[in-house]
Ligand binder design. Structure first.
Ligand SMILES: C[S@@+](CC[C@H](N)C(=O)[O-])C[C@H]1O[C@@H](n2cnc3c(N)ncnc32)[C@H](O)[C@@H]1O
Length: 232
């Protein structure tokens, strides 16, 4: 419980009021292919899901997943879950501005989300790498599995373990996309201290031990990799 509390407090610093306001301007500098990741994830779900699908977005942030999905599918319903009320408030404002009203917002952890009919799909983009410890990550994925229909997809993107050359390339990318050069050392420091990364093999093992099967890679840009897997 103390671990969860600490995690929510450190996320409040990163994704609190100021972090939420600045998030959209900085995220595509720091995550190579951020917009493409959302476009590809939306394409994957648009190709798979039926009419009137219900989609859970874990770590919905400022709403990028919902904006990418909802405009084409006004018949789908979304639950936007996040541990930061400030990030959710931004998502809510952006959805309202785009006339997207089929969204329920939930502030808290997946473990606290009331059980309802399981979802037709779950998205969890750029979230799980903030959870420290393999057991904690497994508990997180198992909570997601409890809310996922049998056979339904989970799309998950995380920073994966990488070497110094790859991290240097990520810093180069960030500078080329607007990060002031003097912040590159701080960025590399954050990548190694604030993210709790797995190798891709460890990730696949973890997913298969947490209620999902057949993880398949559908996106990769430097250290960030996205997988689709199906609820067993
Ligand atoms: C890097 S942002 C990603 C937001 C969004 N998915 C995107 O692609 O822009 C990570 C988000 O996950 C949220 N978060 C962190 N840990 C979480 C957890 N355990 N459960 C739910 N949300 C979490 C943060 O508050 C933040 O809004």
């Amino acid at each position: 419980m103390e671990g969860v509390q600490n995690r929510m407090e450190s996320d409040m610093d990163r994704f609190g009021a100021q972090g939420a306001t600045e998030y959209d301007a900085r995220i595509s500098t720091l995550v190579p292919g951020y917009t493409v990741l959302h476009e590809v994830s939306a394409a994957v779900l648009h190709a798979r899901l039926p009419e009137h699908a219900r989609v859970l977005v874990v770590g919905a942030g400022t709403g990028a997943e919902i904006l990418a999905l909802a405009q084409k599918r006004p018949d789908w319903r979304f639950t936007a879950l996040d541990t930061s009320a400030d990030m959710l408030a931004m998502a809510s404002q952006k959805c309202a501005a785009k006339g997207i009203h089929q969204v329920d917002f939930f502030h808290g952890l997946v473990a606290d989300l009331p059980m309802s009919e399981p979802y037709d799909a779950v998205l969890c983009l750029l979230v799980m790498h903030f959870i420290s410890g393999v057991r904690e990550k497994q508990a997180f994925l198992c909570s997601i599995a409890r809310h996922t229909k049998m056979g339904a997809p989970l799309l998950l993107c995380d920073l994966m373990q990488g070497d110094d050359t790859e991290r240097a390339a990520m810093a180069e990318y960030a500078v080329a996309h607007g990060l002031p050069e003097q912040f590159t050392a701080a960025l590399k420091q954050r990548l190694s201290h604030e993210f709790f990364v797995l190798t891709e093999l460890e990730w696949v093992d973890l997913a298969t031990q947490s209620g999902f099967r057949q993880p398949l890679s559908y996106f990769r840009a430097l250290g960030f990799a996205a997988y689709i897997c199906l609820r067993t």
